[in-house]
Design a protein around this ligand. Structure first.
Ligand code: NDP
Length: 281
């Protein structure tokens, strides 16, 4: 089975659009504010995509585009202003920030109740200890939704997450653990990655290295989720898993493109509308 992220993301957007209508009927217009600093071309494309998604489902989106020379104090002042603005339900600071700015300090300053990306330490902790209803990082939340849609129950399964970043690997492992998988995390110092992959019933690859996970390593019937997005010299976009060989062994697999990417975008909308609902309560 190919787990079609585009299709599931469209379903999620439909749910959010309905949720927006319900909020509008109560006089609440959900709003996401994106802060972008400098001229990073990839960031400009990502922000455009996020705002287009918002528009499609009826979430108001605003962008504050600051010059590359912005100081820490200026950026912190903007975050404080947005924290205090009741029309702003979700705040997203697009990363990476220019070198002179301290990313951690900025993310920590966002009110956790407006943290659209789920990166604030309070929300990271909430995920870790199981406080419900807090915003969660979009990529792993999107992966969980894909597993649910594919009727893959992690309970009792051996799950391997390859990668331990704060935005993907670690929260992914926490969410699989919450759903009762037996979770391992592999990283660049893992001694025998092939053996770890070969034991796993569910493999989530979030590495950032083209086709590092070989198809031959995959256990027969395993579920494979490929978070990686790697642009090859010939322009092709490939994942972290050797797709065609892995697809022959896996019972279900996500493609790249058209897998986790669209889900990440859709889950930002889910987080925003949830933050608006909570603010209304
Ligand atoms: P990071 O670079 O922050 O983390 C990569 C992780 O992979 C690190 O934990 C690193 O280990 C590990 N790693 C590196 N080399 C190896 C190796 N040879 N064997 C095992 N593990 C290794 O990346 P992100 O988590 O931010 O992103 C991962 C990938 O997912 C990227 O391709 C990114 O583009 C993509 N991505 C896709 C998204 C989507 O929506 N589809 C969203 C976010 C990311 P160590 O900690 O030891 O250095």
């Amino acid at each position: 089975m190919i787990i079609d992220g585009k299709q599931i993301a469209a379903k999620v957007r439909g749910e959010v659009a309905q949720g927006v209508k319900d909020l509008l009927a109560k006089g609440i217009q959900p709003g996401l504010t994106v802060v972008r600093v400098g001229e990073d071309p990839a960031s400009a494309i990502y922000v455009r995509g996020k705002r287009k998604d918002c528009e499609e489902v009826g979430i108001r989106s605003d962008e504050h585009h600051l010059p590359a020379t912005t100081t820490q104090a200026e950026l912190m002042a903007l975050v404080a202003k947005l924290n205090a603005d009741p029309k702003v339900h979700g705040i997203l600071v697009q990363l990476p920030l220019p070198k002179q700015l301290d990313e951690r300090q900025v993310l920590d300053a966002i009110d956790p109740r407006k943290d659209a990306d789920g990166f604030h330490p309070f929300n990271v902790g909430a995920l870790s200890i199981g406080i419900p209803g807090t915003p969660r990082p979009c990529t792993p939340a999107g992966v969980m939704r894909m597993l649910d849609e594919a009727k893959v129950d992690p309970k009792g399964k051996r799950a391997l997450v390859v990668g331990r970043s704060n935005i993907v690997g670690k929260p992914m492992a926490a969410m699989l653990l919450e759903r009762h998988a037996t979770v391992s995390i592999a990283h660049s110092r893992t001694a025998d990655l092939a053996a770890e992959v070969g034991r796993a019933d569910i493999v989530v690859a979030a590495i950032g290295k083209a086709e590092l996970v070989k198809g031959a390593w995959i256990k027969d019937g395993a579920v494979v989720v490929d978070v990686g997005m790697n642009r090859l010299d010939d322009g092709r976009l490939v994942g972290d898993v050797e797709y065609s060989a892995a697809a022959k062994r896996a019972s279900a697999i996500t493609p790249v493109p058209g897998g986790v990417g669209p889900m990440t975008r859709a889950m930002l909308l889910v987080n925003t509308i949830e933050l608006a609902r909570r603010a209304a309560r």
